[in-house]
Design a protein around this ligand. Structure first.
Ligand code: BGC
Length: 422
């Protein structure tokens, strides 16, 4: 409505300026004056025509925008979406939160977005709040996959569908769908990267490697670790790869809360106990960027060797991309969370419309990214949760421009460091 009034004002303005110009011309006398007046009139008329055309275009644009907004409001039916993210302290969840919010808002949904400071009780409270707020859909990235059973029973009672976002929520039959990246493949890409960098199929080694994995409360962490370990285990068995700390079990290498300082402290201890005699460290396999950051710091301060250690990561966090550019971290597995948000929107809209999305959604949605529909890999303890799994990408110093900047996810600053665009 407001926009129409604005268009009307523009139109009135145009008519007024035309009569003002015409009035000026008629006031003059003599040929020259008449010619000038005629010229002025023609000019004024042309101007007026232009202005009118502009006004028309503005009116059309306004009407189109209004129609779009009305259609979106009709699509959303005034419904509300509750989004619960784990924390702002790990970089990616900020991006996930804002992409998801932007996606659902663009379709006219009201959005309530919470971050729970990586505190389990806080997230339970936040989800309770969203349920009390009458949301029609919940999108949740759990802090602890095992701790939401009770609160999600409340959601189920209220018939609120739940999308388990990125991390699988365990032991609840309230979860309708799981949207994530292929988590096992994330780890596999890290393992394959190390295999290829060291040319393990042709070199005898032995090389030294240490592992750092993620939070045991996060169902993804085991997938990442196993994906990497399964690729490297044959070389460990063969003696081409050694693990001087002896820490090869997930529980030994896990990092509570994916915390950077925790990863750093553990790695300083490993370096102190196993590498202070001059033993060379060749690889630090880290499951993600927040842990890689801590491990890189530990290597900078506590490693005596001068070789450049291969360090893996995941996410494309800003500080880690800087380290990639500076040669301090070797790779990161990038997951385009903007696409994860697009997939979540389409699954969410289907659920809000009372539909049961399946594999056909992938083609009907016309996504520009690859995605697999998986009905066998993710059992949350109550049965298989149908999953939409996007495809991760390896990013090194050499393809940052192509994978991150040219795709529009990041912009490069004058010094050659990438920064996220949202
Ligand atoms: C996500 C990773 C992230 C980690 C820590 C995992 O669940 O899949 O992308 O690095 O949490 O935030």
């Amino acid at each position: 409505m407001r926009k129409s009034k604005k268009a009307l004002a523009l139109m009135l303005g145009a008519t007024m300026s035309l009569s003002m110009f015409a009035g000026c011309g008629e006031a003059g006398g003599g040929d020259a004056t008449t010619a000038a007046a005629t010229e002025a009139k023609t000019e004024a008329a042309t101007e007026a025509e232009k202005t009118e055309a502009e006004t028309e275009a503005a009116t059309e644009a306004a009407t189109e925008a209004e129609t779009e907004a009305a259609t979106e409001a009709a699509t959303s039916g005034g419904k509300k979406v509750g989004i619960a993210m784990p924390t702002k302290s790990l970089e990616r969840w900020n991006r996930d939160g804002s992409y998801l919010e932007e996606q659902f808002k663009s379709k006219g949904y009201e959005v309530k977005l919470t971050f729970s400071d990586n505190k389990i009780d806080q997230q339970v409270k936040d989800i309770e709040g969203l349920i009390a707020d009458d949301v029609d859909l919940l999108v949740i990235a759990a802090i602890d996959g095992e701790s939401l059973t009770q609160v999600l029973a409340e959601a189920k009672e209220e018939n609120i569908p739940v999308i388990s976002y990125d991390r699988l929520i365990m032991n609840t039959d309230a979860v309708s769908y799981y949207v994530s990246f292929d988590n096992y493949t994330v780890g596999k890409l890290q393992g394959e990267f190390v295999r290829d960098q060291l040319d393990l199929d042709n070199q005898a080694g032995p090389f030294n490697i240490e592992f750092t994995a993620g939070d045991p409360a996060d169902n993804n962490a085991g997938f990442f670790f196993n994906g990497a370990y399964d690729v490297l285990k044959p070389y460990i068995d063969e003696g081409k790869l050694n693990v001087p700390s002896g820490q090869t079990a997930f529980d030994q290498v896990a990092t509570k809360s994916w915390d950077t300082a925790t990863a750093m402290n553990r790695f300083q201890n490993i370096l102190g106990s196993n590498y202070s005699d001059g033993t060379q460290l060749d690889v630090a396999l880290c499951s993600n960027d927040s842990t890689a950051l801590g491990v890189t710091q530990a290597i900078e301060t506590d490693y005596a060797g001068t070789n450049s250690v291969i360090i893996t990561g995941q996410d494309g966090d800003e500080a880690n991309l800087k380290n990639l550019v500076d040669g301090k971290q070797t790779m990161t597995v990038y997951k385009a969370v903007a696409n994860e948000a697009v997939a979540t929107l389409d699954i969410g809209v289907a659920l809000l419309n009372g539909e049961t999305p399946d594999e056909s959604l992938i083609s009907s949605a016309g996504w520009s990214f690859e995605c697999a529909y998986d009905t066998s890999s993710y059992d949350n303890g109550t049965g298989i949760i149908p999953s939409y799994l996007l495809v991760p990408t390896v990013v090194t110093k050499d393809n940052i421009q192509k994978e991150l900047v040219d795709t529009g996810y990041y912009t490069m600053d004058a010094e050659g460091y990438p920064h996220p665009t949202n």
